[in-house]
Ligand binder design. Sequence first.
Ligand code: HEM
Length: 147
Amino acid sequence: EKDKGLIRDSWESLGKNKVPHGIVLFTRLFELDPALLTLFSYSTNCGDAPECLSSPEFLEHVTKVMLVIDAAVSHLDDLHTLEDFLLNLGRKHQAVGVNTQSFALVGESLLYMLQSSLGPAYTTSLRQAWLTMYSIVVSAMTRGWAK
Ligand code: HEM
């Protein structure tokens, strides 16, 4: 319950500015693994990170990711209701060539984004609370790879 409060409070302001915070997350992700840029092949402009980060299709994906996080935060009391949605989302990512290991880097980038926007409010317990929620989301998505 304490974890839920930490997550909700920290997301309250971040969630109002999804695109800028999502850009911080993906900028970090592409620093950690530039090869992920190539998976956004729908955008012919995605030659490098700055080009990708300014492409409208890519920014739509940034918004989509942030909306999924937003949904998880809103459903902290009943995350299991998102399971089917997340499993299907995992399937779609398998289809576009994403590797499940990449989700660990997304998690690191999410924490990086939280740390850079929350500053001193980013505590060990807040970090742990987010990691726990994120790992539930990722394990549900990862089930989309089975079979
Ligand atoms: C769709 C790539 C991580 C949420 C897509 C698509 C691509 C893609 C290529 C299809 C085109 C599009 O809709 O823009 C990636 C890569 C990721 C990643 C390379 C990181 C390794 C995530 C994460 C989430 C997410 C972590 C949410 C937690 C979505 C959603 C869609 C989508 C909601 C739309 C699915 C639909 O059409 O129903 N992603 N993605 N993505 N992604 Fe990701």
